[in-house]
Design a binder for this molecule. Structure first.
Ligand code: PXL
Length: 269
């Protein structure tokens, strides 16, 4: 049987992030992608205003019907939740709908560049630091890793500091940690800790960054890893994909990246 993946994150109607990124990317990789939309937003929260419909009250109903239909998922990709109460519901999904040998990937999605995203607080961070114990792979950026471990966020550091963060993460979870946005020697990439074996996947640092690239990284990484690539290969493919998206995006396209163009160009290859 082909693998079925459940991705748990919000649906931002406009903004090239979360479900509108995960669904097309994972599907393009040939993975049956099921969704648990945790909230519907008019657009993501980097625009000047947004609406937010919390779907928490509907989740019980969805789960009851999934149970009755006997659905099980081989992989889970968890992204932006936005509310701490949804963490219990995510755990219920892992408990009730996991197929044998399932993979759980958690991207914490609550902060970047040393700061929490709007609407998040330390209670949420604490909840996420607890939730990650359920993961097989976690994909925090350096800021999120620092918040979850209580280590001071720095912009200038050495590999020793990065490895201190990796060690602290391993106190929270046995999951493989793939820490993104690590900058060393003028390059940017991922620091990976797999059961104490540390590796780095470093690439070119582009002079720009954009919203939604973390969600793109998580989707490509998960798809490549499920397709049998190693952690390092999957991280490298995901980083290169994000870089291609950034290069293809015009500066006036300020709210996301044109990942659709990169997906489409890969299809033609
Ligand atoms: O890209 C992460 C993300 C997902 N969903 C919503 C967001 C953000 C980041 O701010 O606002 C609604």
């Amino acid at each position: 049987m082909d693998k079925k993946l459940l991705t748990i994150q919000d649906l931002s109607c406009v903004g090239q992030c979360s479900l509108t990124v995960a669904l097309p990317i994972l599907s393009a990789y040939g993975i049956e992608t099921c969704v648990l939309p945790t909230a519907v937003l008019s657009n993501h929260t980097m625009f000047k205003q947004w609406s937010y419909l919390d779907l928490t009250p509907e989740v019980d109903n969805i789960y009851d019907n999934w149970k009755a239909n006997g659905f099980k998922f081989d992989a889970f990709l968890l992204g932006y939740l936005g509310k701490k109460s949804l963490m219990n519901l995510a755990e219920r999904a892992f408990d009730e709908f996991a197929a044998e040998g399932r993979l759980i990937v958690i991207d914490p999605v609550f902060a970047d560049n040393g700061k929490l995203y709007g609407g998040f607080d330390m209670e949420y961070v604490k909840g996420m630091a607890h939730l990650v114990r359920r993961a097989d792979i976690i994909l925090p950026n350096l800021t999120e890793a620092c918040f979850m471990t209580g280590i001071e966020y720095k912009t200038q550091y050495t590999a020793e500091y990065v490895e201190e963060v990796l060690a602290a993460l391993s106190e929270l979870t046995n999951a493989v940690a793939v820490v993104t946005g690590v900058e060393l020697d003028g390059k940017i990439g991922e620091a990976i800790n797999c059961g104490g074996k540390i590796s780095y996947v470093m690439g070119e640092k582009l002079p720009k960054s954009s919203h939604g690239t973390g969600d793109i990284f998580a989707s490509v990484f998960t798809a490549e890893y499920l397709a049998g690539k190693s952690l390092e290969e999957a991280a490298d493919k995901a980083s290169v994909f994000v870089q291609d998206c950034l290069r293809a995006t015009q500066p006036e396209h300020f709210y996301g990246v044109v990942f659709e163009k990169i997906l489409a160009s890969q299809r033609k290859k």
